[in-house]
Write a protein that binds this ligand. Structure first.
Ligand code: NAD
Ligand code: UDP
Length: 311
């Protein structure tokens, strides 16, 4: 099949491109390089089944493809808050463009949605039936509401135009090729630990997150895309939940760091708790994350160690 991956030069997108090429597909990676980088896909450039298109999904594009994975969108709070209007345009106008393309060429399209559609959840853990608790006017809203509208657009193109859609709600995912400067907790803590700098826990560290290793996520994405009788939305994430303080301690231990933990102010609207219920993914896709947190963190720390040594 010919597969389009928007945001293919980003963290998750680059792993997905790799897996699709390994599966024998032709892959078109489309990216505007806002948060992605050529470094992430340089090893794929020699493959004759891989093509790279520098393009912004806010502008329409015509390509002949069978599948579209729509991942283009900055994902870390630091990046999506840098130009919030552009973040909304990417999720809304970008998704309309990709749905228009899917409709025209009769491609199946999968939207990378997010656990952020649940906002600061009042129901815990979160299942797909929960409608969420999102502040529409806060500093996270450009991302959260953008992704919510993108889900709405997917469903309306499906109902109105019969577009073949899939929606996944991705929970915090980590692994090699996360951007060093993206301010996310995994990259921040690992880099701070490797440099023996203070580990910056925001708030008192009692907020929770559940971290999924990128290879597990990519497996779930492909299973969902190729699932014939289920459009979603489906949660994809690892249900092992940690407080951010526990997470900081774990990273200090794993990296054998001399770092100390310091407490900084909690950003506005930071969700207090997050853990996916993944029964639906288990039932419909036979999917379950396989990589234990310690193993995934060791692999990620190795990656960052190499990056630091290159500089
Ligand atoms: P990332 O920032 O590494 O990747 C996003 C990619 O999209 C980058 O390569 C960026 O350059 C590209 N991009 C951004 N705006 C674009 C535009 N207008 N046109 C073309 N390309 C554009 O982030 P990621 O962690 O790989 O996330 C990928 C997708 O998964 C995103 O849609 C994100 O919302 C979603 N997601 C990620 C997580 C996570 O924990 N990593 C969680 C939930 C959802
Ligand atoms: N966080 C932290 N220190 C950091 C970066 C993040 O304590 O240096 C916290 C952040 O406040 C949040 C959690 O870690 O509670 C996850 O943050 P991240 O930005 O990785 O993802 P998200 O909030 O989107 O889940």
């Amino acid at each position: 099949m010919r597969v389009l991956v928007t945001g293919g030069a980003g963290f998750i997108g680059s792993h997905l491109c790799e897996r699709l090429l390994d599966g024998g597909h032709d892959v078109i990676c489309l990216d505007n390089f806002f948060t992605g980088s050529k470094d992430n896909i340089i090893h794929l450039m020699d493959n004759h089944r891989f093509e790279l298109v520098r393009h912004d999904i806010v502008e329409p594009i015509l390509l002949e493809v069978d599948r579209i994975y729509n991942l283009a969108c900055p994902a870390s709070p630091v990046h999506y808050q840098y130009n919030p209007v552009k973040t909304v345009k990417t999720s809304v106008m970008g998704t309309i463009n990709m749905l228009g393309l899917a409709k025209r060429v009769k491609a199946r399209i999968l939207q990378a949605s997010t656990s952020e559609v649940y906002g600061d959840p009042q129901v815990h853990p979160q299942s797909e039936s929960y409608w969420g608790n999102v502040n529409p006017i806060g500093i996270r809203s450009c991302y959260d509401e953008g992704k919510r509208v993108a889900e709405t657009l997917m469903m309306d193109y499906h109902r109105q135009n019969g577009v073949d859609i899939r929606i996944i709600r991705i929970f915090n995912t980590y692994g090699p090729r996360m951007a060093e400067n993206d301010g996310r907790v995994v990259s921040n803590f690992i880099l701070q630990a490797l440099r023996n700098e203070d580990i910056t826990v925001y708030g008192n560290g009692s907020q929770t997150r559940s971290f999924c290793y990128v290879s597990d996520l990519v497996e779930g994405m492909i299973r969902m895309m190729e699932c014939e009788d289920f459009i979603g939305p489906v949660n994809l994430g690892n249900p092992v939940e940690n407080t951010i303080l526990e997470f900081a301690e774990k990273i200090i231990t794993i990296t054998k760091s001399r770092s100390k933990i310091v407490f900084n102010p909690l950003p506005q609207d930071d969700p207090k708790q997050r853990r996916p219920i993944i029964d639906l993914a288990g039932e419909k896709l036979g999917w379950n994350p396989q990589v234990a947190l310690n193993d995934g963190l060791l692999a990620t720390a190795d990656y960052f160690k190499k990056r630091i040594n290159q500089v």
